[in-house]
Design a protein around this ligand. Sequence first.
Ligand SMILES: Nc1ncnc2c1ncn2[C@@H]1O[C@H](COP(=O)(O)OP(=O)(O)OP(=O)(O)O)[C@@H](O)[C@H]1O
Ligand SMILES: [Mg+2]
Length: 447
Amino acid sequence: MRVLIVGTHSQEIATAIALAVERGAALRHVPGPEAALEELRAGRGAELVLIDVASDIARLIRSLAAERICVPVVAYGVRTDARAAVAAVRAGAREFLPLPPDPELIAAILASVGDDRRALVFEDPAMHEVLAMARQIAPSEASVMITGESGTGKEMLARYVHRHSRRAERGFVSVNCAAIPENLLESELFGHEKGAFTGATARRIGKFEEASGGTLLLDEVSEMDPRLQAKLLRALQEREIDRVGGQRPIKVDLRLLATSNRELEAEVAAGRFREDLLFRLNVVNLHLPPLRERPADLRPLCEHFAAKYAQANGLPPRPVSEAALARLRQQPWKGNVRELENCVHRAVLMASGDAIGPEAILLQGSAATRPRAAAGGAPLVGRTVADVERALIIDTLQHTLGNRTHAATILGISIRTLRNKLRQYGDEGVAVPPPGAGGAEAVIARA
Ligand SMILES: Nc1ncnc2c1ncn2[C@@H]1O[C@H](COP(=O)(O)OP(=O)(O)OP(=O)(O)O)[C@@H](O)[C@H]1O
Ligand SMILES: [Mg+2]
């Protein structure tokens, strides 16, 4: 994951950088918002911008919006900056990272924004087959369409193909076509010239040019609108692109990978996806089976996630018990590996004793995760949603000994949402469990 740090150097930010690098982030540092904009325009993209809370964050966010540059911004500052933190979030920052940094919080923020290139875990014969094919076609220049249900690991497989390709030493650039608003996607892909639209104050290099020499992943390509599909087809056929408002085409040299969780033939039949584009993208198709069709993967994936989240949260490593595994085997896993990963993450936080037992496995929608159990066993009918929610949040926080990060993960909400709720409860006079030992967390609670 590439992170752009904006602000003057300090000891605190240096420590934060070291922690982020330890967790696999690649960092660049610029002194101020103007330099940050220049970096982003120049095609040296980032998955996250970390900016000093003392900077003019509102202005940077306005410029990014006006110039159609889509990147999440997180503010950082020293712990006395509670008021500035609120202002930063109001200005459009996603989160506030208090310094000196809490390693756990940095991990949570990095995880909430992006994904690094972690190892693919698999044992099932069905996966061996897919991976063998991936390795076989990786060295070619052929476009690859990766399909599979949501959460099956399509993006991970795309990175795997890149790592085994002849372009492995060059860049891997990914664009999520579903996450970027339609009107911004063209600039994101092809870039634009100064004056191309109101707000285009400078030339901006798009992802096609940024990825040139390496690999470009068009994630969820089926979500692209037909007009842009036509431009994409041209780029693939001619190996050149037009910046928005540009005068002449620009040559690009890249390997294209794409993913989709839709049935693309059906999308073509329905007139939503161009058939000629599908032929171009689908030179090779790698299909990831859903988790329920690769039972032998369940155990190694659980063990992998259990170890990973124990380490990330500074908890002792605990083996997954046979009883817990038996419980997990009964699940349909509609959200596939992602759902399993979240479930094991929660189990790691809930577990006590020598092993992760079945009682730590909270399945979405099961009795254990319903507010009834958390809210002191009181019947639900007759209570307001706000009342039950408050009881659930407070109970969870008690369980995590006041640890906000853990509680937010268990509850499935962002740290910011949790923080806002707690502030509201505090204002209403509700006794909120105090934060754990981490000083940084105290700021989150106050901010
Ligand atoms: N084989 C695997 N080994 C380890 N982790 C995996 C594996 N497959 C998926 N994951 C994890 O599951 C999550 C989902 O993976 P990924 O984003 O690649 O799936 P996806 O198919 O692109 O999902 P979506 O359709 O929702 O975009 C990630 O957090 C990833 O770390
Ligand atoms: Mg994906």
